[in-house]
Design a protein around this ligand. Sequence first.
Ligand code: AMP
Length: 285
Amino acid sequence: MKTVTSVHEMTNLAYAFRSVGKRIVLIPTMGALHRGHLSLLKIAKELADVTVMSVFVNPTQFGPHEDYSRYPRPFDEDCRKAEAAGCDVVFAPAAGDMYPPLHSTSVQVDGITTRLCGKSRPTHFQGVTTVVLKLFNCIKPHFAVFGQKDAQQLIIIRRMVEDLYCPVDIVAAPIVRENDGLALSSRNAYLTQEERSAAVLISEGLQAVEKLFSDGERHTAPLIETIEERFAQSSLIAPEYVEIVDLCLLEPVDRIADSALVAVACRMGQSNTRLIDNIILGGRL
Ligand code: AMP
């Protein structure tokens, strides 16, 4: 496996791959790799000849009081995991290389970025789309794999790709969970033992909703209530939102006609760790 730390070198390498007809697939990550990330790599390997995993804690997607400085950065371990999983290139640029002093351009997707997580993280998705377009431009991937775990992010990236004619296919990967249902996340490491135990209520709520939907319930109010009841079972869960929205504009729906996204975000106890999770009812991303 090759480790590339400069944008210039990555750009040249991408040209070299393309010039000999190699198909490139990108898996963008912020590192602290877990089985969720590695599942994306597995899907990626089926899609193309060269897998490039970016490991970059992107400063522009963190708000001023968020966890940018303390976000875990176990880089050597990440490289070992990526290599063991068959990754070809890890691209890990320095923040100053991605955002040099004169950097002044950003990518803003309107509308859908203000919904769900956008309400409490108003600048987050602009940081995401900006860094992802920069990664697309220097890595020149034919495909990019994103997790359904961040469903809103995936929908926003697809919007950007369509709006800006980015020549890349966006592939969605299913959510990888712990045995008890908790969605894997690099931020789970922040949880205390008690918070970790309470966090199982999140996926339990989503599973209960899935069951009600498969039994025929189409009104969203009782589905939302089901999740809120679960959250109310623990004082360690402070819900931020529980919403059922359409898959295109992310607008709340009262009744599910065919498909919908059930998305939740909450803060956990003293550690104040922010967790998100979701399920898609009647469809897929
Ligand atoms: P992150 O490092 O958190 O920015 O995530 C990098 C990519 O991994 C994103 O496309 C995420 O959606 C995806 N991802 C994170 N957690 C999971 C998970 N539990 N299952 C599948 N994909 C995930």
